[in-house]
Design a protein around this ligand. Structure first.
Ligand code: MSP
Length: 524
């Protein structure tokens, strides 16, 4: 399956919203692989457009130099956060340019593009033409449009309107075209309200030079959204020459009924960019319904209910956050404290609280105790042949139901619910430990079998938890597998988990805290 994220604008630095989307995609891609499915994860940067040109001009450097400089920030951050993508999309890449130009020429040949003159209002910030529909109740263009100028110019247009009836039908019939369903309803509502307008897809070079040249009219460059959306296909190998070093498009974008690409995007770019422009572009390019991608739309991280913005000075820098609290805490928080599709408030105190409580105290404690006591009381050897009592049967049931809940949450792209399912089993194991008190059993030679049975159940649980946690926290899962002396656990697929992963006589390793507690120094 192909999983993509939005490609981030390179006119600014990465913030926590960008990091959330990439970590979410990384977690979901790793989960697909854990299920035994092939998965190609594509992400990248959006380097063209007026904003990049303007910011570069302000800095007195060429837009290409500026975009490269900003691109490095994104590349370094994804490396730091363990975002392990397979394909990297940069829109200044020659292979992408060639693909965009080929698509433009093909669409023109098919009669999907036409040129016309236009006089009207244009939003510099949003890089788009405005109509009276974009005015607010008092008849003005609101602050969201930034500077609005009147211009008169000729441009190229895409016959978006020719595809609107198809789009309405498609979204209405295809339940998983937009996930979650309330976002699909939002798109359907927008389609009801939208008039039959075409899309202006060019900008004259006098106004914007920083873009992909229109191949059949060289005085123009391509509108940045038309260019950027095509990254999903161009970097998946669409229309690429064999030697281009890109993946096999037929495999990544199947036409045989197997899962179509999943585009992970924020709620702000569903309408009109992905939900209308992109799907209509694909339709015009000749993609059948069975090859239409699915849109997984996530919500926003806000700050105290307000949007993060440079002007409010409340933008959270994920790089600094990872330096302060560690990568594991940041990854965990980003997919734990938000329900996929909904908004959430970013709160560093909750980040610390959730990490300390659920990872350092609960899971960390379970690992330490289980491995420590196995080492101290049983020479590190697991004895798994003792007969289970009702307490062990209940523990096995807890693991089974947590694994099932984890699976169905992850299948529904809900990482927060999946983590809650994992944590429910950790809590069960800790309560089981308190009830059975292995440290007391160890004092009585006659209770050796009870001691061995309890510890073996904890170690077996840890082996399963290591695998379940691996898509979300790959590094800690590796450390855990190492301490269990079972690195091979991380090669297992979800369907291969069974009670008895840890065989009789297996020797575990030395425990070392996997989740050291975050201690906040009181400010003087
Ligand atoms: N360049 C376009 C996307 C082109 S895709 C063909 C763009 N870039 S962006 O940098 O503004 O946003 C990148 C992604 O980050 C988008 O999916 C956007 O929704 C997401 N986020 C931006 N701010 C966000 C939050 N505060 N919270 C969560 N995600 C947010 O749009």
């Amino acid at each position: 399956m192909l999983i993509t994220t939005a490609i981030d604008y390179t006119n600014g630095a990465p913030h926590i919203g960008h990091a959330y989307e990439k970590v979410l995609a990384d977690v979901l891609a790793r989960y697909q692989r854990l299920c035994g499915h092939e998965c190609y994860f594509l992400t990248g940067v959006d380097q063209h457009g007026q904003k990049v040109q303007q910011t570069a001009e302000k800095e007195g450097i060429h837009p290409a130099t500026f975009a490269k400089k900003k691109t490095r920030l994104f590349l370094n951050l994804w490396k730091k956060l363990g975002v392990d993508y397979d394909g990297w999309a940069e829109t200044t890449d020659d292979r992408h340019k060639a693909c965009v130009q080929r698509i433009l020429s093909d669409l023109k040949d098919k009669g999907e593009l036409y040129k016309k003159g236009y006089q009207g209002h244009y939003s510099v910030r949003q890089e788009q033409f405005l109509t009276d529909r974009d005015r607010d109740e008092s008849g003005n263009f609101g602050p969201e449009w930034g500077e609005v100028v009147e211009i008169e110019e000729e441009n190229w247009y895409f016959r978006l309107s020719a595809h609107s009836a198809w789009l309405k039908d498609f979204i209405t019939q295809q339940e998983d075209s937009v996930i979650p369903s309330f976002r699909r309803n939002e798109l359907l509502g927008a389609l009801e309200r939208s008039g039959d307008q075409d899309l202006c897809i060019s900008r004259p070079k006098e106004r914007l030079r920083w873009g992909i040249e229109i191949p059949f009219d060289t005085g123009f460059v391509t509108y940045v959204w038309f260019d950027a959306l095509i990254n999903y296909a161009s970097f998946a190998g669409y229309l690429a020459a064999d030697s281009a070093g890109l993946p096999d498009f037929g495999k990544l974008w199947p036409a045989d009924g197997s899962p179509t690409p999943l585009h992970i995007i924020g709620k702000d770019i569903l309408v009109p960019a992905h939900g209308i422009y992109w799907l209509c572009m694909l339709h015009a390019m000749g993609f059948p319904d069975s090859q239409m991608p699915r849109l997984l739309v996530h919500g926003w991280w806000n700050i105290k209910g307000e949007k993060m913005s440079k002007s409010l000075g409340n933008v959270v820098d994920p790089d600094q956050l990872a330096d302060r609290f560690g990568v594991d805490a940041v990854r965990y928080y980003l997919v734990r404290d938000i329900v996929t599709g909904r908004d959430s408030d970013f709160d560093p105190e909750r980040l610390v609280m959730l990490y300390n409580q659920e990872l350092a105290n609960e899971l960390g404690n379970l690992c330490n105790r289980a491995l420590n006591m196995t080492a101290r009381f049983c020479y590190g050897i697991c004895r798994t042949s003792h007969e289970a009592t009702s307490a062990e049967l209940a523990l096995r049931e807890s693991l089974e139901s947590s694994t099932a809940a984890y699976r169905s949450a992850m299948d529904a792209w809900d990482t927060a619910a999946a983590l809650k399912a994992i944590n429910a089993h950790v809590t069960h194991c800790n309560a089981y430990t308190e009830q059975n008190k292995p440290w007391e059993l160890a004092k009585d030679e006659a209770k050796k079998a009870d001691l061995e049975r309890v510890l073996a159940h904890l170690v077996e649980s840890l082996a399963h938890l290591t695998v379940l946690l691996s898509p979300i926290l790959p590094e800690p899962a590796t450390r855990l597998a190492h301490q269990l002396r079972r690195e091979d656990l991380l090669q297992l697929k979800l369907g291969e988990l069974y009670w008895g992963l840890i065989g009789d006589g297996h020797e575990t390793g030395k425990p070392k805290p996997v989740f050291p507690k975050i201690v906040i120094e009181e400010e003087a």
